[in-house]
Design a protein around this ligand. Structure first.
Ligand SMILES: CC(C)=CCC/C(C)=C/CC/C(C)=C/C=C/C(C)=C/C=C/C=C(C)/C=C/C=C(C)/C=C/C=C(C)/C=C/CC(C)(C)O
Ligand code: SAM
Length: 399
């Protein structure tokens, strides 16, 4: 069965194909040839069960066998671990333990789960380091659970992932796009229909709240990496409810802020600016950032978690629109999680690659791919600014 509107989705996705050169492809030709030969030879060895047995028995190679076996096991079990995390979030265990260790019987009472089931979950959560045992039949936050109570955005993200897990229950159906994905309904603007700008308050509420809750993860990285104090007016395009602009205005007191988003979202941002006491320093504009002119007057424009929602030709259209709104020498900040980040490779092409497939539009891009699109749209001096947590966002700055 073809998904309603399927052909349009197929066209948009194939208009933006993911082609990842090997990370070593920048190496000179002969080096790359040898690197590939070495990998092919290694793979032939590793594929041989007799070699696997010998390598596991031999002291110096045993740790590599154990490491790769554990990595493969985690790939297989990852979904199970994510359900442990989701269960803890739904039972509000992280909030309940935020003030310190708690006796298990009290958690039985608080969660309403039967004791056996709760103990099974607690043991699982301890095993993946979300929780930790304490003497006297008590449980506490573990190393990986400890940051969570202070990050409501992360807790909201975990809950939101139930939608993605449902879409991934049949991953080949998702890849073949022969069944509607629930994630597509969650992000109604991804449809790109003529009616995008007419989305109602009820259509945008859920995703706008999630983006606001999780914005702090991105904001703190961008503001730590880029000093906005040299600018006068910042326009955040696709700025959601304005959480990034509120934080920017707090770090740069001279800055006026403008937000452009769909009308129903811009309305939500206006309420947030008013609540933050930014009436005199803020303006919101509702419209379609592909087809409507963007407001002029800003010397810096930001696109935060916007480009990866869209195929290349649309990103180009948006970047050209941004360029038209900037004065000569004006500055563009593009911040979003990027593909191919060293140490966070899985986040880009594996996580966001499939997330955006479920959403029905867009793709993760490397910093080089985004830079190329920015240059094609007429931006110059495109440079990469390192962020402390590439897992949360990368940052490109251009003139
Ligand atoms: C104190 C002593 C002695 C030692 C301590 C040693 C030490 C320093 C340990 C480090 C402890 C520490 C400070 C840990 C901090 C951990 C942090 C900050 C973890 C942060 C994790 C962030 C995560 C997991 C972020 C996840 C983000 C996600 C899943 C974002 C998803 C975004 C989506 C789906 C966006 C959608 C938008 C769309 C549609 C694509 O446009
Ligand atoms: C993934 S959200 C990011 C929001 C915010 N920048 C953040 O990081 O939290 C993408 C934003 O782009 C807006 N958007 C999508 N398509 C749009 C369009 N055609 N015109 C204007 N805004 C649009 C959405 O309403 C949404 O607020």
């Amino acid at each position: 069965m073809a998904l309603e509107g399927g052909p349009a989705i197929v066209d948009t996705l194939s208009a933006s194909p993911t082609r990842r050169p090997d990370r070593g492809a920048s190496a000179s030709g002969w080096l790359q040839v040898w690197r590939e030969r070495w990998r092919d030879w290694r793979n032939r060895m590793v594929a041989d069960p007799a070699f696997q047995r010998r390598a596991a028995a031999f002291g110096p190679t045993r740790r590599f066998v154990r490491r790769d076996a554990a990595a493969l096991f985690d790939l297989m079990a990852g979904f199970v671990y994510s359900q442990v995390l989701l269960s803890c979030v739904r039972l509000r265990l992280f909030e309940r333990l935020a003030d310190g260790p708690c006796p298990v019987p009290r958690l039985v009472q608080a969660t309403g789960l039967d004791e056996d089931a709760l103990r099974r979950l607690l043991a699982a959560a301890v095993a993946v380091q979300l929780l930790d045992w304490r003497q006297g039949d008590r449980v506490a936050l573990g190393r990986l659970g400890a940051p969570l109570p202070a990050q409501p955005g992360l807790l909201a993200m975990v809950e939101h992932h139930a939608t993605l897990y449902a879409d991934l229950a049949d991953p080949l159906a998702l890849l073949r796009r022969d069944r509607p994905a629930a994630m597509a309904a969650y992000w109604p603007y991804a449809d790109h229909g003529a009616a995008t700008a007419q989305l109602a308050a009820t259509d945008v509420a859920a995703y706008s709240e999630l983006m606001t809750a999780s914005q702090a993860l991105v904001t703190q990285e961008v503001l730590a990496a880029y000093d906005l104090r040299a600018h006068r007016v910042l326009l955040d395009v696709g700025g959601g409810e304005g959480a990034f602009l509120v934080a920017a205005a707090q770090t740069a007191p001279q800055l006026s802020v403008r937000l452009f988003d769909l009308p129903a979202v811009a309305q939500r941002a206006q309420a947030r600016f008013d609540a933050a006491g930014l009436q005199g320093r803020s303006r919101t504009h509702g419209g379609d950032f592909f087809n409507d002119p963007l407001p002029t007057g800003a010397d810096v424009v930001s696109l935060v978690r916007v480009a990866f929602d869209h195929p290349d030709h649309r990103v180009l259209q948006l970047l050209r629109n941004v360029r038209r709104a900037l004065p000569p020498g004006g500055c563009l900040l593009l911040a979003e999680p990027m593909a191919g980040e060293r140490g966070a490779e899985a986040m880009g092409d594996a996580y966001f690659g499939l997330y955006l497939l479920a959403m029905g539009r867009g793709r993760p891009r490397t910093a080089d791919e985004l830079s190329a699109l920015m240059r094609e749209a007429g931006f110059t001096d495109v440079r990469r600014v390192r962020t402390r947590m590439p897992l949360q966002t990368g940052l490109l700055v251009a003139r």
